[in-house]
Design a protein around this ligand. Structure first.
Ligand SMILES: O=C([C@H](O)CO)[C@H](O)[C@H](O)COP(=O)(O)O
Length: 207
């Protein structure tokens, strides 16, 4: 299973610093949606230039204009971009078209989708490289939230998937047992007192 760090910080400077601390322990570096909104596509270029050997994941959460949005992110240096599962099939197909043109990939984020299993199969057929079983920061903050629903959906869908939703040291083993291809950890790394140690421990837990 691969490890993806989600950088939900707000400046390129802070993102570069965090990426520098944790890159050796992760496979994929995600530029979070708030970071891309704050800094623009230039943050993608800055991270790719600093870490050309890593997969750079631009969490665009595209909802429309799939081909156009994916194209500009790939041109900026992204290897993977996200499109929302709630988007029209034509939006997802458009992003996949751009990915094929650049030899890159589209990840479909199933945040907010009720029937994640059905939609996962549909978007995989449209050409998604993998789907993200995702509970966002707001959903995680609701009382009683846990990862189990995401893990069940991932195991049931039988398509390549990642899990994102507050994954931490105590839960990353469950993500791996569920058969995920990628575990995403944001707050567990960037919110830690020692992000490098947190990333190292997450990596060690899945090796
Ligand atoms: O995608 C995310 C969220 O929507 C804000 O951009 C997070 O990066 C993702 O949820 C992973 O972060 P954690 O949940 O803090 O692990």
């Amino acid at each position: 299973m691969k490890l993806q760090v989600a950088i939900d910080l707000l400046t390129t400077e802070a993102a570069l610093e965090l990426a520098g601390q944790v890159a050796e322990f992760v496979d994929i570096i995600e530029l979070g949606t708030p970071l891309i909104k704050a800094e623009g596509l230039s943050v993608i270029t800055a991270i790719k230039n600093a870490h050309p050997d890593k997969v750079v994941f631009a969490d665009l959460k595209t909802m429309d204009a799939g081909e156009l949005e994916a194209d500009i992110a790939f041109k900026a240096g992204a290897d993977l971009v996200t499109v929302l599962g709630a988007a029209d099939d034509s939006t997802i197909a458009g992003a996949v078209k751009a990915a094929k043109a650049h030899n890159k990939g589209v990840v479909v984020d199933l945040i907010g989708i009720e029937d994640k299993v059905t939609r996962a199969k549909e978007v995989r057929a449209l050409g998604a490289k993998f789907v993200e079983m995702h509970a966002g920061l707001d959903e995680q903050a609701k009382p009683g939230f846990d990862l189990n629903g995401l893990l069940r959906a991932g195991a049931e869908a039988r398509v390549p998937f990642s899990v994102a939703g507050g994954v931490k040291l105590a839960t990353i083993g469950d993500v791996q047992k569920a058969g995920a291809d990628v575990a995403v950890a944001g707050g567990a790394i960037y919110g830690a007192a020692d992000p490098a140690l947190a990333a190292k421990q997450l990596r060690a837990a899945i090796n």
